[in-house]
Design a protein around this ligand. Structure first.
Ligand code: B12
Length: 258
């Protein structure tokens, strides 16, 4: 009869790369991912738990300690949402959890925006939207928050915006830039349609695009497209435009990876 001790069994399992540890709960898995920074940790945890009041409490504590509300969007709220996204991708948590976390995060973004001092004079108008057919608006909300915090007037068209509505808004508002966000490989093609209609009407406005599904190669396929990986790239691209870099080739040269 075979008689394995725990030690000999562990040796065999380790050799064949089989984990002996018990499965982690979602909370334990999240705990391993939270940054240990004293201000970021409680905010990230509150986002994971979908606890809106705790997110605000954590943000207030960080602001009381002198942290910039707009920097906290990227450095704390995004980090918390990153934990949620990773665990969703790994199949550890499910969509209802993600939605609760997204609401807590968006509430946190609003709080940060309310607490930031916006520039007194507007630098110009930017039209922002999420692609037709796509409801994923968290990234777009970060983009609009950062643009506003950097002194731009934002016309926020929301999510699932019909192509013609984007074009009509460009005609009505004459923005210095349009932004598009798409999280799905099926919806990002709406950007090409927006591009073609703008070009057809002679509107050569830079069209900054980003979002999970989108990449630089795709955005480079249409005439007005400029790719941005991070939400923080949006105000940088707008700043470059008002500083005089207003043709698409020069913007790509500055912001695309070579
Ligand atoms: C949250 C979420 C949802 C939420 C959305 C809530 C909301 N209000 O946004 C809900 C539950 C509603 C949802 C629904 C669905 N979802 Co969903 N969802 C996600 C999830 C988990 C996270 C997305 C997210 O918010 N990420 C965080 C934000 C901050 O990232 P981001 O938008 O990309 O923005 C960052 C950058 O890209 C950049 N950025 C964004 N825009 C721009 C613009 C400019 C100009 C610049 C410079 C930068 C920039 O800035 C941000 C960082 O700084 C992803 C999984 C994943 N790994 O991404 C799936 C995911 C996007 N969903 C997916 C799917 C399929 C769906 C559903 C169809 C599911 C279903 N069967 O019903 C529906 C879609 C319905 C629809 N018509 O849109 C798929 C898409 C697959 C694909 N590639 O096509 C994903 C990838 C999940 C998966 N692995 O399958 N979803």
């Amino acid at each position: 009869m075979l008689d394995f001790t725990e030690a000999s069994l562990k040796k065999i399992l380790t050799r064949y790369n089989v984990a002996l540890e018990k499965e982690m709960t979602p909370e334990e898995a999240a705990e391993e991912l939270y940054p240990k920074d004293e201000f970021v940790y409680p905010i990230a945890k509150a986002i994971f738990e979908g606890e809106e009041d705790d997110v605000i409490e954590g943000l207030q504590a960080a602001m009381d300690a002198g942290q910039n509300p707009i920097t906290l969007i990227d450095d704390a709220l995004m980090v918390g949402m990153g934990v949620v996204t990773k665990l969703y991708d790994d199949g550890v948590i499910f969509l209802p959890n993600v939605m609760m976390s997204a609401d807590a995060m968006l509430n946190g973004i609003e709080f940060c925006k309310e607490n930031s001092e916006t520039a007194p004079v507007t630098k110009g108008t930017v039209v922002c939207h999420v692609a037709e057919g796509d409801v994923h608006d968290i990234g777009k909300n970060i983009v609009t928050a950062l643009l506003r915090a950097n002194g731009y007037d934002v016309v926020d068209l929301g999510r699932d915006v019909p192509v013609d509505e984007v074009v009509a808004s460009v005609i009505a508002n004459k923005p210095l830039m349009v932004t598009g966000t798409a999280l799905m490989t099926t919806t990002m093609y709406a950007f090409k349609e927006v591009n073609d209609k703008l070009v057809e009407k002679g509107l050569k406005v830079p069209f900054a695009c980003g979002g999970g599904a989108v990449n630089q190669d795709f955005v480079s396929q249409y005439a007005l497209g400029v790719y941005g990986e991070e939400a923080a790239d949006a105000p940088k691209i707008a700043d470059a435009i008002i500083a005089g870099t207003n043709n698409i080739a020069a913007l790509r040269d500055k912001f695309h990876k070579h």
